[in-house]
Ligand binder design. Structure first.
Ligand SMILES: NC(=O)c1ccc[n+]([C@@H]2O[C@H](COP(=O)([O-])OP(=O)(O)OC[C@H]3O[C@@H](n4cnc5c(N)ncnc54)[C@H](OP(=O)(O)O)[C@@H]3O)[C@@H](O)[C@H]2O)c1
Length: 518
């Protein structure tokens, strides 16, 4: 059913990074929450960039749906501004932008009002007639999470969801956070599944749209040399770091309820961990990949409430400086409880209880207002068993580390030991590196471009499945329950601009290890 594109990929090398030579069938996208921040900063710019690369189907149309009153023209002008500000490729192609805008309209409505869904239905019918969108729909829930179930239910009641047997397709993209613990995630899954089939639900985790994350699968499974050593026999431990230099920005209301564990670990970091640790899938299709990821997540060793304090460290930022700018403490941020014990930093140690990983710790750490923005996965190998050098030489020997850098400077480095040139045997560690930016003369697409396109193509490989979401909430919920029981009134503090509280270093030191300084 998907059509071949008329553009050649040779004419446009940028397309190399996206799904080659596939074009979605005609469709309309409805963005619920179209006056919000995500639509402005990410969704509209990503759609424009897809249009620029010739990857949108003919007649592609977007209906923005939100509460604020606006005319079509006002919404289009806001979209134009957001594209000018945030599109990946500049300068803006004004002719293309005008064409893109012709397909954009806006409905001012409330998520709870059935009348407003009737107006939406009329607008979709108009697009089918006038722009030949053929009854195919993507619904994007860029809304507060409380609205997800209500919108899905109302779409279904107003006959805006086609069944899987219909030749017209319906797909629903659901943003994060997906639930706030295991039970709420399960309940949300059950509710959505009353209205749509699993194949129609795309739970987005934008980390999975990043090139380096997908490259990890290529790296592991397209090369013969890594998989044989990808196990407990050769690997000492794994460190996954997602450090942010920004604070909570204007999201105090949301963040104070969520915290770093829910905001970053449950989704992005456990997804990364499952990709590092999963068994090779028999094929690179959605179910084969999800099956292996879910098996890895389900093998995470359960954490008992009285163990939680031994396997986690929490922290909260105090006032400090990040990259030359002063910042207030977390408790002084707007819409944050001045007595808050919400963690802005968390470090944890998890084990995967299976043959490949038995006894190998996975250390995860994330935080706000750390010294810089960096995400990486570091695989640290065992030290060489018997280096035949004098003790003075071997003391400085460092273990080999394979570091997969997700952002910024996407690439992979392998730390090895080498001889320093000169008459004596002196060793020093050096890096062998591959950088995306220099190895491929194409710019990586934004994660949202990739994921929006995959959804339109009906490819859910990069979207977590129901069982994956629930499996990732299990250890997180065990930790949350353990923290709840401990009933502490304050958290270890770290000055903004440092790598977390001292307790995080002590946590590693107890295991005889050190955090990397990426
Ligand atoms: N922003 C990001 O970078 C980001 C990143 C990752 C995930 N997310 C997730 O994406 C979702 C949206 O985030 P956001 O930052 O864009 O939120 P936001 O700026 O607060 O926007 C919320 C949108 O929902 C609309 N809305 C809320 N209640 C409504 C109702 N009853 N009827 C109709 N419209 C209603 C708002 O319309 P009005 O303003 O017109 O009332 C607005 O368009 C959230 O789930 C968030 O967690 C956001």
């Amino acid at each position: 059913m998907e059509q071949q594109t008329s553009h050649s990929t040779i004419d446009n090398p940028l397309r190399e990074g996206l799904s080659l030579e596939r074009l979605p069938s005609p469709c309309a996208m409805v963005i619920f929450g179209a006056s919000g921040d995500l639509t402005r900063r990410k969704l509209m710019p990503a759609l424009y960039d897809l249009a620029l690369e010739g990857l949108l189907p003919p007649g592609f149309s977007v209906i923005g749906f939100a509460r604020s009153a606006k005319t079509n023209d006002e919404f289009r002008s806001e979209v134009r501004e957001s594209i000018r500000q945030f599109a990946r490729r500049t300068p803006i192609d004004e002719g293309l932008l005008r064409n893109f805008e012709e397909g954009i309209s806006y409905i001012s409505g409330d998520f709870s009002s059935l009348d407003d869904y009737n107006r939406l239905s009329e607008e979709l019918d108009r697009l089918d007639r006038e722009r030949n969108t053929r009854g195919n729909r993507v619904y994007y829930l860029a809304t507060p999470p409380v609205a997800y179930a209500e919108i899905a239910g109302n779409l279904s009641h107003q006959n805006l969801v086609h069944s899987l047997n219909d030749e017209r397709w319906t797909r629903l993209i659901v943003e994060k956070p997906f639930g706030h613990d295991f039970n709420s995630a399960k309940e949300l899954n059950e509710t959505l599944l009353q209205y749509l089939a699993e194949e129609q639900i795309y739970r987005i985790d934008h980390y999975l749209g990043k090139e380096t994350v997908q490259n990890m699968l290529a790296f592991r499974f397209a090369n013969g040399i890594f998989e044989p050593i990808w196990n407990r026999t050769f690997i000492d431990h794994v460190q996954i770091t997602v450090a942010e230099s920004i604070g909570i920005e204007n999201r105090g209301g949301y963040y104070d309820q969520a915290g770093a564990l829910r905001d970053m670990v449950q989704n992005h970091m456990l997804q990364l961990m499952s990709l590092v640790s999963m068994e090779p899938p028999p094929a690179f299709d959605a179910d084969s990949v999800q099956d292996e990821k879910v098996k890895a997540l389900r093998s995470i060793r359960p954490i008992k409430p009285d163990e939680v304090d031994h396997v986690t460290v929490r922290g909260q930022y105090a006032e400090g400086w990040v990259m030359g700018n002063p910042y207030p403490s977390y408790r002084d941020e707007s819409r944050v409880d001045p007595q808050s014990v919400t963690e802005t930093f968390v470090a944890l140690k998890l084990f995967i209880d299976n043959w490949r990983w038995a006894g190998v710790p996975f250390y995860l750490r994330t935080g706000k207002h750390l010294p810089r923005r960096v995400s990486e996965i570091a695989i640290q190998f065992h030290k060489a068993p018997h280096p035949p050098f004098e003790t003075s030489v071997t003391e400085s020997l460092e273990p080999n580390v394979l570091a997969i850098r997700i952002q910024p400077d996407e690439g992979i480095t392998l730390k090895t030991n080498a001889k320093v040139p000169g008459p004596s045997m002196r060793l020093r560690s050096v890096n062998m590196g591959f950088l995306y930016g220099t190895s491929f003369l194409v710019e990586s697409p934004d994660a949202y471009e990739r994921l929006l396109l995959d959804c339109m193509l009906g490819d859910s490989t990069l979207f977590p499945r129901r069982d994956g979401i629930e499996a990732s909430w299990e250890p997180i919920t065990q930790i949350l329950e353990g923290w709840e029981r401990s009933g502490i009134s304050t958290l270890p503090m770290y000055p903004a601009g440092t790598w977390g509280p001292d307790e995080a270093d002590d946590f590693m030191a107890r295991d005889g290890r050190l955090w990397r300084q990426p």
